[in-house]
Design a protein around this ligand. Structure first.
Ligand code: BEZ
Length: 268
């Protein structure tokens, strides 16, 4: 493929990903729907102050607020913050726009919760983000989260890496995702001043009712939007073709090879 088929990133997102709330609502609703285990681990209580870090469009924030807890949602994406604010007006919670590294809160929350967001923070910025989360918690406050862990979406990443190399793009570097093992994240949490009460890596093949093309167009925009539209369409078709034998079953159902890292930690 031609070198000049790569578009300059118009405004590089801090984590290489841009969000379209409409595409997310159509193709990413499963993210909130599959959060029941991490919500149970959080065990929100009425009157508790809880920060939902990486709240996206606020669907899960709204679910948590319905327990009687007092929710603040934060996200770094202006488009997602706008969508979450619309929801917050009718449900009465606060939405702020911050990166995790820049959280301004001091001993404000009983718990920090995060679902499917921490893996968007590159490895180099994790210590700063975890220190800011620690500062936001009251003494003995808890940090309960689920994120992509080691081996997350391995087949999808290998297929993208293979396809996009032909367009002179290093897909792994462009995505800048962070999928740590339990040992690696335990060390980072401890270094930031947390006691880790539980942490586990959970393989979770995840049905994609809208298919792989919709998943790539929703969750890998930071990588794919570097291509001109025709190359983008070809790259998606090539990636889908590579993945079809391993992530689509005989009935035509698509799955993503998710592997979740779920943990419960306490501010020491
Ligand atoms: C995740 O939730 O693990 C994830 C989603 C989209 C891209 C990368 C990871």
């Amino acid at each position: 493929m031609k070198q000049n088929s790569i578009l300059p990133a118009a405004s590089p997102a801090p984590h290489g990903q841009t969000w379209n709330p409409d595409a997310y609502a159509a193709n990413g609703r499963f993210v909130a729907n599959l959060a029941s285990s991490v919500v149970a681990l959080l065990n929100p209580q009425p009157g508790e102050r809880i920060l939902d870090l990486g709240c996206g469009d606020g669907v899960l924030t709204e679910t948590l607020a319905a327990t009687g807890a007092i929710l603040t949602g934060v996200d770094s994406s202006p488009t997602m913050v706008a969508a979450a604010r619309t929801r917050s007006i009718r449900s009465g919670f606060i939405i702020d726009q911050h990166r995790a590294e820049d959280l301004p809160y001091q001993a404000r929350f009983d718990a920090v919760f995060s679902n499917a967001a921490l893996h968007w923070i590159p490895a180099t910025r994790q210590p700063t983000a975890l220190a800011a989360i620690r500062r936001a918690l009251r003494p003995s406050g808890r940090f309960v989260a689920e994120m992509g862990g080691h081996g997350n979406i391995a087949a999808i990443r290998v297929a993208l890496q293979t396809t996009l190399a032909r367009y002179h793009i290093d897909a792994e570097a462009a995505a800048a995702s962070f999928f740590p093992s339990p040992a690696t994240y335990t060390r980072l949490l401890q270094q930031a001043g947390f006691t880790v009460n539980s942490i586990e890596l959970i393989p979770r093949p995840t049905p994609l009712p809208a298919g792989m093309e919709a998943w790539l167009s929703t969750f890998r925009t930071g990588v794919l939007d570097r291509l001109h539209p025709q190359d983008r369409a070809n790259a998606i078709a090539e990636t889908v073709a590579l993945l079809r034998p391993v992530l689509r079953d005989a009935e035509g159902n698509w799955f993503a090879d998710y592997s979740r890292l779920r943990f419960h930690a306490t501010a020491s």
